[in-house]
Write a protein of this length. Structure first.
Length: 224
């Protein structure tokens, strides 16, 4: 979806956060984007592309997270941050989807919708050199498969989870954004300029909900 990428490409920078004391889920990580322990941090900014996907803070039992609900809408939350991906190469997060999008298809513009996705934006002074990694919960694309975004080759779509098998379950993910960038774009990355989350169904017109848990950047693999 070209209008989403276009807005993310112009993001600037902001100071990084330190590890929160109540971030017990990801204690090894030096930079916590948000653990959602006390709500959604004010540093998150909202951008609507078609209607408004609802992002609601949930405090449920011993878990605090953000629930996203899209009904034919597309809006996201982005967090501006400047970090060196070689120094902090590991992005870790938790997510859960209730279902997938039946007509979603990562290879088609008409199917460029996802129950859950996390963007990593690598901005450049030259607009056309900016690159974006999309970690997606794919609808049909096989797990670990990567394809260019159907709107722009400057964004790569990486299927971290796929299909119905794991729906309804909280899953912790860890990706090496430094290595992913080199693998799929074939060169050294610039600094990261923003992290974003989005649940969208504007192309398919369907409805879907997803949950996002703590998001952090780490100097070493937190799962080892």
């Amino acid at each position: 979806m070209s209008r989403v990428i276009a807005v993310l490409l112009i993001l600037l920078t902001s100071p990084s956060g330190l590890l929160a004391e109540n971030s017990s889920v990801i204690p090894e990580c030096e930079i916590v984007i948000d653990d959602f322990a006390n709500g959604i941090k004010p540093e998150w900014k909202s951008k609507s592309f078609k209607g408004t996907t609802e992002y609601t803070w949930i405090n449920e039992d011993d878990r605090r997270y953000v629930r996203a609900t899209s009904r034919g809408t597309a809006s996201g939350l982005y967090y501006e941050i400047e970090i060196d991906p070689q120094q902090y190469p590991y992005l870790t997060w938790q997510w859960k989807v209730d279902s997938i999008i039946a007509s979603g298809d990562a290879s088609q513009k008409s199917g460029d919708d996802y129950g859950a996705r996390i963007y990593v934006v690598f901005p450049s002074f030259l607009f056309w050199n900016t690159r974006v990694i999309n970690y997606i919960w794919a609808n049909k694309l096989p797990k670990e498969k990567a394809v260019p975004n159907p709107y722009t080759a400057n964004a790569i779509m990486i299927s971290v989870e796929s299909g119905l098998a794991e729906t309804g379950k909280w899953i912790t993910e860890t990706r090496n954004i430094y290595e992913d960038y080199k693998r799929f774009f074939g060169k050294e990355p610039s600094k990261v300029g923003a992290i974003a989350i989005m649940t969208d169904t504007d192309d398919t017109g369907e409805s879907v909900s997803a949950d996002y848990g703590p998001i952090a950047l780490c100097g070493r693999d937190p799962q080892k």
